[in-house]
Design a protein around this ligand. Structure first.
Ligand SMILES: *Cc1c(COP(=O)(O)O)cnc(C)c1O
Length: 393
């Protein structure tokens, strides 16, 4: 089938994505529809972004009203919702001070600068960063430098000096890398791109202890696992292990491009000062309206309560697949961020799923990932499993 829209994209975009040959048109709740009217059940949520799904009337009305009023001004001035969005995000994330970015990569970039700036003020001479193998932190040079996978790094070397990689859930591998030059340790409490690998309770506590004993900053990247996905507003809260710096993006704007890095007051005292950092679009009126409204809806509709109610059903249905389907070796993950390890090529299954009208995402380690909108219900999980069984057959 020659589709003129696909052809125009193929001829004009830089080829960095392996796109599937469908053209999406609109969405409603848990479903997306292509230009030919075919329906797709969405267990991808635009990469764990659309927590509230598609076509949320209240959010859309707030965004439309803000567009008509004002959608950009500069950060030389305050605007109506910058304070309210920051207050709400700090309240739910447990942090004290926040900076709005336009993406997750940019949030991590800012977090690395904030950590370096902390060491600079304190004149500790610390600059090294310990990151985890299999991590993913974004595509900018700083974020790629702390991303623990050669595929993302090799073509762009040399990267930032002073970055070392430890093994997730292996505290000794972290301790072996700690020196009087270590500035920060960055990790995802639940690795997404790397294959849905959860940090253990002991590991999170151990990292916190290493940081406390050595004046090292703990940075949690919750760009993917934050905002309700694991059953608490942020994953660190589920562990009771609080980072010094927290990065967020994806679901905090439900698709309006917005990210953030936030820190405790103790870090802020020594970290970024006027002139040290900025972002022209960062935290503009539209982005802040999105953050403010998304949080309001999360709280009003008790999205966290819903995640905790429905997630065990997803776990149960995926565990059944492990038992019953030969090519499904293992289930991994937590809450509404889960994956299955396949023994047949995951790309093939992904394409078959799309034919069946199901959107899922691949992750490293031959993992098929499920990160549905958080409004998912048991009936959608049943429908997903039916489609998936056919795709796996
Ligand atoms: C997606 C992701 C990023 C990068 O976010 P962008 O908005 O694409 O820059 C960073 N960290 C994690 C854990 C992610 O999942």
């Amino acid at each position: 089938m020659v589709n003129s829209k696909i052809q125009a994209a193929e001829e004009n975009l830089i080829h960095v994505y392996n796109r599937f040959p469908i053209v999406l048109d609109h969405g409603e709740g848990m479903y997306l529809y292509d230009t030919e009217g075919k329906e797709y059940l969405d267990f991808a949520a635009g990469f764990a972004v659309c927590g509230l799904g598609y076509g949320n009337r209240e959010l859309n009305e707030a965004l439309k009203a803000q567009i008509d009023k004002l959608y950009h001004t500069s950060n030389l001035y305050y605007h109506e919702s910058c304070g309210a969005a920051a207050e709400a995000l700090n309240r739910i994330s447990g942090m004290d001070r926040v900076f709005f970015t336009n993406s997750g990569g940019e949030a991590n970039e800012g977090a690395l600068k904030a950590a370096r700036r902390y060491a600079y003020t304190k004149k500790t001479g610390r600059y090294e960063i310990i990151a985890m193998e299999n991590s993913f932190h974004g595509r900018s040079i700083g974020a790629v430098s702390v991303t623990g996978h050669d595929d993302y790094r090799k073509p762009f070397e040399p990267l930032l000096p002073g970055v070392k990689f430890a093994k997730l859930n292996d505290l000794d591998s972290v301790k072996a890398l700690v020196s009087d030059k270590t500035c920060a340790i960055i990790l995802e409490p639940l690795q997404g791109e790397g294959g849905i690998n959860p940090a253990s309770q002991e590991f999170m506590e151990g990292i916190r202890q290493i940081c406390d004993e050595n004046d090292i900053l703990m940075i949690c990247d919750e760009v993917q696992c934050g905002m309700g996905r694991t059953g608490s507003m942020f994953a660190w809260q589920g562990f009771g292990v609080k980072p010094d710096i927290l990065t967020m993006a994806k679901a905090i704007g439900n698709g309006i491009p917005v990210g953030a890095f936030a820190m405790t007051e103790e870090v802020a005292k020594y970290s970024l000062k006027p002139g040290d950092h900025g972002a022209t679009y960062g935290g503009n009126p539209l982005a802040c309206t999105a953050v403010k409204k998304v949080i309001e809806i999360f709280e009003k509709e008790d999205i966290i309560g819903h995640v905790n109610k429905v997630a065990p059903y997803l776990t149960k249905r995926l565990d059944e697949l492990v038992q019953e389907v030969g090519c499904v070796a293992e289930r991994k993950g937590k809450g509404l961020m889960q994956g299955i390890v396949l023994t047949k090529p995951v790309a093939e299954v992904n394409s078959r799923a799309i034919e069946e009208g199901l959107l899922v995402i691949q992750a490293h380690g031959n993992v098929l990932r499920f990160v549905p909108p958080l409004i998912v219900e048991e009936k959608h999980i049943d429908e997903m499993i039916d489609k998936l069984r056919r795709a796996l057959a």
